[in-house]
Write a protein that binds this ligand. Sequence first.
Ligand SMILES: C[S@@+](CC[C@H](N)C(=O)[O-])C[C@H]1O[C@@H](n2cnc3c(N)ncnc32)[C@H](O)[C@@H]1O
Length: 473
Amino acid sequence: MRGREYKPFDWEGKFLNYPIEARNMEVTIKVTLQELIASILLDIEELNLSAKNALERAFRNVIERDRERYRGLAHSYVFEILKWKRRIDFNINSVLKGSQLEDLNPLLANLLRIGTYDLKFKNTPSAIATDSIIRVVKERFNIKTAKFANALLRGVEEFDERKALQRLRERDKIEYLSVKFSHPRWYVEYAIDLLGYDGAIRLMHSNNRSQRYYVRVNPLKTDIDTLRDYLEEKGVRTARTPLDDVLKILDYKVPLTRLSWYSKGYFVIQDLASAYVAHVLSPEKGERILDMAAAPGSKTFHVAHLMENTGEIVAIDYSRDRLEKMREKMSLLGIKNVKLVHADGRTFRGGEFDKIILDAPCSSSGTYRQFPDVKWSFSEEKIKKVIQVQKEMLRNAYKNLKKGGEMTYSTCSIRVDENEENVRYALRKGFELVPHEFTWGERGFTEIGNEVFRAFTYLHDCNSFFIAKLRKP
Ligand SMILES: C[S@@+](CC[C@H](N)C(=O)[O-])C[C@H]1O[C@@H](n2cnc3c(N)ncnc32)[C@H](O)[C@@H]1O
């Protein structure tokens, strides 16, 4: 793994200050950055939080100066460790004798993951990578555990990963690919079945690259050319995309979220494939639209923008928290034609709608580049359950749609059972497919494949995505 672009990082003296109330006095406690990162990884595992939410939660109490200083760094550690988790664990488990990482105290396990990531991925000199972790382990546990951690990290440092991977390859090719690319085993098998060996390898490679950002212009506040000029002025290089309201970010000097036009709602950050949904739906001014799984709102906002604040969009979601965030964002974006409703998309009835967006909850298996934590949060059982929800929402969409009304069904999953097979299910329940001239992307699978849209991270540099357009006859 040596020779990657990752740079070593010196942990020395990296403390964060937490103000806490104690006997009416405000005092601060110091937490090392490694400990904070390990506890974020722990929250993701144990509380089932997304990486983004876990980071937000952990930094909420950190004093502002430290937040600014360390948030970006913690974010990159958390995301990179989650990305390479399978391979990091392979290193550690190969060195552990008689037990597995899962048998260790979970905080200790995550501290060891940080040390291993530093040693094997970031070329951090072992004196820095190991010693700083050992110090935390000594403080949080005891000397015996610190000695154990020390021996383990020395072992990891000496472990010949290349040879071990070669041996694994001879024994079990799928397991080898799963470790090498750090993807769940089911995903490796699934991707090979779907795309062939080369396609699967290219897909996993692309999932492990850095996130690509896209921005969509808010037409209520500016236009695409003015936005492009503004971004250029701020040191952000952009390129046009197949969508005339979306720009691809080629490089930038400061994070896009720090630009004043972002804070003022002149543009939103939205994935390219996600921004195609509203165009495929083609809402018209004055229509009544239902968004059945709306939060955090990217597609609702896009439809509202295309309708220039006319008509009515009823945006429902199961999560109250996510709806609240949508409300804040809506006022920033100048949106006035959206009604937010906390409801279950499987049972909600809101009269007859002209059009519906069903951007269904899914396995998120098309978003591994953007959200590496979702790789590890979906079991086969959980995926089966979410497919049931998708089917129920499709049936309910039918009931909410007027005769002749149209809808888009979309997911950010690569799986046929969440996509083409669900569309075939919808056809059996009375929907018909609307022929749509997709202007970019790939077509899909099964006998309806020619009439649906697919994007893949390795081909289109965005989330892997699915869209179908349906009508109630
Ligand atoms: C893929 S996300 C939607 C993304 C959103 N359309 C956008 O573009 O920003 C799926 C959403 O479905 C919501 N959800 C899950 N189960 C639901 C249900 N039974 N009814 C309504 N919403 C549900 C989740 O809270 C989540 O916000």
